[in-house]
Design a protein around this ligand. Structure first.
Ligand SMILES: NC(=O)C1=CN([C@@H]2O[C@H](COP(=O)(O)OP(=O)(O)OC[C@H]3O[C@@H](n4cnc5c(N)ncnc54)[C@H](OP(=O)(O)O)[C@@H]3O)[C@@H](O)[C@H]2O)C=CC1
Ligand SMILES: CC(=O)N[C@@H](CCC(=O)OP(=O)(O)O)C(=O)O
Length: 344
């Protein structure tokens, strides 16, 4: 049994970790933290988990109890893992961070986008970017894993086959992405109110979103050179889901793109390349650790349109975090992650 600690158990990604780990045959949640709900039983806060975590209550974060775990997930705002990861690693505990604290390799760039100094630059060299479809071998040996963001997961998985094959004009890539409102977290905010979001849709951060450098970093690795990327996120009236519509210009029209994508992801348990002509829906991945992708070439021209959908809380956060844990501990990568998507 892998002994698990979770820091930040009262947020959306924290409860999603609990939901997924409740079905995991080889993991036991021993510690779950919350400063605001310390002392409350997990089942009293989350009635859907009654019968799964009897006897487990929230506690304030404490290095001693967390350091007795095999692995600690951080489901916390940026900066929290910076403060605690070093001590946990020194105690022999592995760290899987769902926040952005260790996603960017450059501490200066992180400070620029996150508006605060990087709190643990000495750990950056050993942090592994937890996108299994790219870094599976490094994840197996890691002590510290940075789980990718939600937009970056959907966008990178959609662009990777084209870039790795050198088939796209890398000077002009476009990612037009839509997110459900749970992407903004559970904290109270006017912009997340039902009355503000339920019958409306808007773009935001067009000038520059903090996922831009993260996506660019991943695409640069895939292409072997810098890429020109326009990334426009939108808030849509749904609770969960990311829909990324990706545009690229192909440099060789003779290549069978459907075959290219199918081959790239043939051995990936959590990427589903749909039949040619498909239009994946976010509801088909709701609750599931799956990225569904469809590739189109309208009018057989040189423009490629890739449609990529995930559940932001599962493949975009907690599911991907559990997938990383499974790889790290040599377990079946699918443990805890067998849920199908939900229709309707
Ligand atoms: N929502 C999403 O779709 C995605 C989120 N992420 C990232 O995952 C992380 C968590 O997101 P989400 O679950 O939405 O966030 P929430 O705002 O919903 O929850 C944050 C949690 O962190 C705890 N927390 C806050 N401050 C501290 C602190 N200083 N020390 C310890 N615990 C703290 C809170 O509990 P308490 O205050 O009681 O201690 C709460 O349980 C974020 O970094 C987010 O960017 C990544 C991908 C997708
Ligand atoms: C809809 C919405 O607000 N989405 C969030 C992104 C999701 C997220 O939390 O990602 P990080 O872990 O990288 O911060 C945003 O745009 O900031």
């Amino acid at each position: 049994m892998v002994k698990v600690g979770i820091v930040g158990g009262t947020g959306y990604t924290g409860v999603e970790l609990l939901r997924l780990l409740a079905q995991h045959p080889q993991a036991e949640v021993a510690v779950i933290t919350s400063r605001s709900e310390a002392g409350l039983a997990v089942a009293d806060m989350y009635p859907n988990l009654r019968g799964h975590y009897d006897g487990l209550a929230f506690s304030v974060p404490d290095i001693k109890t967390l350091g007795a775990c095999d692995v600690v997930f951080f489901a916390t705002p940026h900066g929290v893992a910076h403060a605690l990861a070093g001590e946990l690693l020194a105690a022999g505990t592995k760290v899987i961070d769902l926040s952005a604290d260790f996603r960017l390799q450059d501490a200066e760039e992180w400070a620029k986008w996150y508006g605060q100094p990087h709190g643990a630059p000495e750990l950056l060299d050993e942090a592994v970017y937890g996108l299994p479809e790219v870094n599976r071998e490094q994840i197996k040996k890691a002590r510290l894993i940075a789980v990718p963001g939600c937009y970056p997961t959907a966008t990178q998985l959609g662009f990777l086959p084209l870039l790795e094959a050198g088939l796209a004009d890398t000077s002009r890539l476009i990612a037009d992405c839509k997110s459900g409102v749970s992407g903004a977290g559970r904290g109270a905010a006017v912009g997340s109110l039902y009355s503000e979001t339920s019958e409306s849709m808007k773009a935001y951060a067009v000038k520059g979103h903090r996922h831009l450098p993260e996506i660019r970093q991943g695409l640069r690795r895939a292409a072997g050179k810098d890429v020109g990327l326009t990334f426009v996120p939108h808030l849509t009236p749904m609770i969960r889901g990311i829909h990324s519509t990706l545009y690229a210009t192909v440099v060789d029209r003779s290549v069978d793109l459907q075959a290219l994508f199918e081959k790239r992801y043939a051995n990936e348990p959590f990427v589903d390349v749909m039949p040619a002509g498909s239009h994946p829906e976010t509801r088909s991945v709701r609750g599931a650790n799956v990225c569904r992708i469809a590739v189109h070439r309208p009018q057989d021209g040189d423009l490629v349109v890739v449609l990529s959908v995930i559940d932001n809380l599962v493949k975009g956060a907690s599911g991907q975090a559990v997938q990383n844990m499974n790889i790290l501990f040599g377990l079946d990568e699918r443990f805890g992650l067998s849920h199908a998507g939900m229709l309707p």
